[in-house]
Write a protein that binds this ligand. Structure first.
Ligand SMILES: [Zn+2]
Length: 159
């Protein structure tokens, strides 16, 4: 019986963010593989229900991007995200929603560390990488100074 109590205590301590994000298709059905990718992400998630469109013409740019995120609660992912992986593109857009909701100090911190570029884009890229690998950047896509710096970025996102 003592073991049962311990197991329940561990469940109670599980991150409350688990399952806090709901990803649906425009018809309201569960949007896969995006929900699975979000559920396995190793970063905190934005809270709420987001509609995933598989058409980036709704982003409203002159040239269709591989993806975009809108503060009104939707994400658009291109059917072909080349050269980026679809999972990275999705997690990047989820990162935008996270920082839309997130504390302003995280956005400000990234803009201070990366003053040469768009802080929100850098944040979203790092978010997507930390979501998959919080300890080691993927060599093909990363340009971070060192592994320790990369880990620091992931810790700031998770803070
Ligand atoms: Zn972006």
């Amino acid at each position: 019986m003592r073991y049962l109590v311990a197991a329940i205590a561990v469940l109670a301590l599980a991150p409350s963010s688990a399952g806090a994000v709901e990803l649906v298709n425009p018809d309201g059905s569960r949007a896969e593989p995006y929900q699975t990718w979000a559920n396995s992400a190793r970063v905190p998630l934005p809270a709420g229900r987001f509609v995933v469109h598989r058409d980036t013409s709704i982003c409203g740019y002159a040239v269709d991007p591989s993806g975009c995120a809108h503060p009104d609660g939707w994400i658009a992912i291109a059917r072909d995200t080349y050269p980026m992986e679809p999972r990275h593109t999705f997690l990047h857009e989820l990162g935008h929603h996270f920082i839309f909701q997130g504390p302003e100090w995280k956005r400000a911190w990234f803009k201070t560390v990366f003053p040469d570029t768009y802080g929100d884009e850098r944040f979203a890229n790092v978010y997507a990488e930390c979501a998959v690998s919080p300890y080691r950047p993927r060599p093909a896509t990363s340009a971070y100074k060192s592994r320790s710096f990369y880990r620091r970025l992931c810790r700031i996102i998770a803070a």
